[in-house]
Write a protein that binds this ligand. Structure first.
Ligand SMILES: Nc1ncnc2c1ncn2[C@@H]1O[C@H](COP(=O)(O)OP(=O)(O)O)[C@@H](O)[C@H]1O
Ligand SMILES: [Mg+2]
Length: 443
């Protein structure tokens, strides 16, 4: 309203003053918009560098990396890399800021000049007697106010427009569609799996990878059995587990559960029926109880269930030794935290599997850091406790592997052999060879 009434006053007395006003303001506005866009582009194109910078900062200053940074003396290297990157980023930012300030001052000066030209013009006409002193006061005042108001509006507008560039990124992020989705009319999940999982000529390549991680994979994971997966690093064991949990879908072939494609079941229901502990499980810097409860986060206040899960995974001995027991924060990130050894962390992580009522339990090498006796006990219990459930266990220790009902030997993403420990030994294939190699090491 203020703008409209001042503008009306100006139009009556001296319409071209409005034109002058616009001419004086618009270039500054355009330059703001231009530099906003440049600034955005700079931030956008430097995203990898900014990420790297953040990564180096964390690497140089976190608990997880402290041991190696000290032992290998990496601080100089990390500081150098950080300095180099931030220097680059700083220089790019500075040159933009200088240009922005330069153009900004120039165009603002232009705007100010416009103001004085208008002022001089009004004064001149007053001197010539065409305007009264009252007109002069009114015009000069409204011209100045109008300029301030319009400038404020344009500045506000250009700031909003500048932020909107980033908002655009947010919206394009929201538009990303998940690749793994539930069907619109999912098939009811079997209350008790009857037949099991059947892999039919399954092939899968990681996005962007040339090599097939697994291919021509055909086998059955029978309901109620404990199946062990063995194979060298990179053979495709973890990939197989990820396909079972539908973290990825196969590129070739299909996986059936009780005769129907996994993709016909609801994704959340499927995942809630599968309990997987991966080799690279997460170490939450939370309390011991919460670290176990993440296996079934709704039950985080069910202390009885947590204690029972800990008992099953042998984590109870570890937790009993902590000063605050289940309420002890573990990990070293926080002041009150107490760190655990690798094997102790693993026992805590394995308890997560027992928090769930899943029909399929999978341990993907989360026992690598356990001592021989602990791994043996953990697997023995795992086998007992998964009675009636389907289970998959992955380990490089043959003493554990042989406990399984059946063993699947993977080699370069393909099934090389399947059978019981005795059958595989009798076949004298790779399994027997690897078994002998390990056994010989202990004699
Ligand atoms: N996220 C990934 N992206 C690309 N390739 C991967 C990824 N994870 C694993 N691979 C590749 O897939 C193959 C199988 O890996 P994986 O299933 O993890 O082996 P395993 O668990 O038997 O050691 C390997 O060649 C590995 O390099
Ligand atoms: Mg693996």
């Amino acid at each position: 309203m203020t703008i409209v009434s001042f503008a009306a006053g100006l139009i009556v007395y001296a319409p071209w003053l409005i034109v002058l006003l616009v001419v004086a303001l618009v270039p500054a506005f355009l330059s703001e918009a231009h530099f906003n866009a440049l600034n955005y582009t700079l931030n956008y194109t430097k995203t990898p560098e900014r990420r790297e910078l953040e990564y180096i900062r964390q690497t140089g200053a976190s608990v997880e990396t402290a041991k190696e940074v000290k032992i290998f003396g990496l601080h100089g290297f990390l500081i150098g890399r950080f300095r180099e990157l931030s220097e680059q980023f700083y220089r790019a930012n500075r040159s933009l800021a200088i240009r922005r300030a330069g153009w900004g001052s120039l165009l603002t000066a232009f705007g100010t000049l416009g103001y004085y030209v208008a002022y001089a013009y009004i004064a001149w006409r007053t001197v010539r007697g065409e305007f009264s002193i009252g007109d002069l006061t009114f015009l000069a005042g409204s011209f100045r106010r109008l300029r301030q108001l319009l400038e404020g509006m344009l500045v506000g507008f250009s700031q909003v427009a500048g932020q909107a560039l980033y908002l655009d990124d947010l919206f394009s992020f929201f538009e990303i569609e998940p690749e793994i989705t539930s069907p619109s009319a999912p098939r009811p999940f079997p209350a008790a799996i009857r037949e099991g999982f059947v892999f039919e000529n399954v092939g899968f390549r990681y996005p962007g990878a040339e090599r097939w991680a697994v291919r021509h994979l055909t086998f059955t994971l029978q309901a109620g059995e404990v199946l062990a997966l063995v194979g060298e690093n990179g053979a495709g064991k973890t990939t197989l587990v990820k396909l079972l949990a539908r973290l990825y879908d196969p590129d070739e072939g299909r996986i059936l559960l009780d005769g129907h494609d996994l993709r016909e079941y609801d994704l959340d229901v499927l995942r809630s029926n599968i309990g997987v502990i991966f080799q690279d499980f997460v170490r939450y810097h939370l309390t011991a109880a919460e670290n176990i409860a993440v296996g079934r986060i709704e039950a985080r206040n069910d202390r009885e269930r947590i204690v029972e899960a800990a008992r099953r995974s042998l984590a109870d001995e570890v937790i009993d030794r902590l000063p605050n027991g289940y309420d002890q924060v573990i990990g070293k990130r926080f002041k009150s935290g107490m760190d655990l050894s690798g094997g102790e962390w693993q026992k805590v992580a394995i308890a997560r599997a027992y928090m769930r009522d899943s029909q399929l339990l999978i341990l993907d090498e989360p026992t690598a850091a356990l001592d021989a006796r602990s791994e043996f006990e953990v697997f023995q219990r795992f086998k007992e406790l998964s009675a009636g459930k389907t289970a998959v266990l992955i380990s490089h220790r043959f003493s554990s592997v042989r406990m399984a009902d059946r063993i699947l030997v993977l080699e370069q993403g393909q099934v090389e052999a399947v059978g019981t420990h005795e059958e595989l030994l009798a076949q004298r294939g790779r399994y027997a060879e690897l078994f002998e190699l390990q056994a010989a090491g202990y004699r």
